[in-house]
Design a protein around this ligand. Structure first.
Ligand code: FMN
Length: 221
């Protein structure tokens, strides 16, 4: 079983990537022969969809696949043929990061058919999840309607790959190690550190459970 964690944070070793690693650990324990890999999107050079429409050109060499031959060209094919995709993104200005969005545009658009039913021509059904990390608390997240804002892209992933993605939110993350060094006055360092110590481990446990669930689901497919 192939499981990819797609890290949409520019920081390869901080909140989002740590949670993604727990998801991979959970998946690896859930089944035999699980191959896991983390892709750090910010280490790759690519753009979002450039609307060349080659993926929809009837009879064309790139029909149904992305024609742009850059650093994610092969990854897009590999990811589409995986058993599980776990997308991790920090929330930037109430949304996924630009690199996460650009990746998803390139991954999804070739499989999105402009027919009456908006059929999917993805090579296979697969299991997926979104892991979001953010500064705001769970209460503030509700107030700002983050879940609603994030739903459209989750819906497209579910539609294209045949199963609704699982969702995990990690709130009130520790953004920097030493708040005293930065011009950050709206958060209390003591409160952030306490949350990191007490709640982040619970988030990691939830991430591991999520990985186990994804692994079990993919095994049953
Ligand atoms: C450019 C930028 C914009 C951000 N916007 C938001 C936001 O709108 N809401 C929020 O809760 N956190 C926001 N954050 C905080 C990050 O989502 C949070 O620190 C996240 O856990 C970082 O993930 P990482 O540690 O994996 O990089 C923002 C951070 C940056 C750098």
């Amino acid at each position: 079983m192939q499981v990819y964690a797609i890290n949409g944070s520019p920081r390869p070793k901080w909140n989002t990537s740590t949670l993604l690693q727990s998801v991979l650990d959970g998946a690896a324990e859930a089944a035999d022969n699980v191959l896991t890999e983390t892709i750090n999107l910010y280490s790759l050079k690519y753009k979002g969809c450039i609307s060349c429409m080659q993926c929809k050109l009837v009879g064309g060499p790139s029909y149904g696949k992305c024609a742009v031959k850059d650093e994610i060209y092969e990854l897009l094919q590999n990811a589409s043929n995986a058993d599980v995709l776990v997308f991790g993104s920090p929330i930037y200005f109430s949304d996924i990061t630009g690199m996460t969005r650009c990746f998803l545009e390139r991954l999804l658009f070739p499989y999105f058919v402009y027919d009456q039913r908006h059929s999917s021509i993805a090579p296979r059904k697969l299991r997926s999840a979104f892991v979001y990390t953010m500064n705001v608390t769970a209460e503030a997240m509700k107030e700002y309607h983050y879940s609603e804002r994030l739903k459209p892209m989750e819906g497209f992933v579910g539609h294209i790959f045949g199963h609704a993605p699982h969702i995990l939110y990690a709130n009130n993350t520790l953004q920097v190690k030493d708040y005293a060094k930065y011009d950050i006055t709206c958060f209390s360092e003591a409160e952030k550190l306490k949350y990191r110590e007490e709640v982040f481990p619970l988030d990691l446990a939830k991430a591991k459970e999520l990985g186990a669930k994804l692994g079990a689901e993919a095994t049953g497919d």
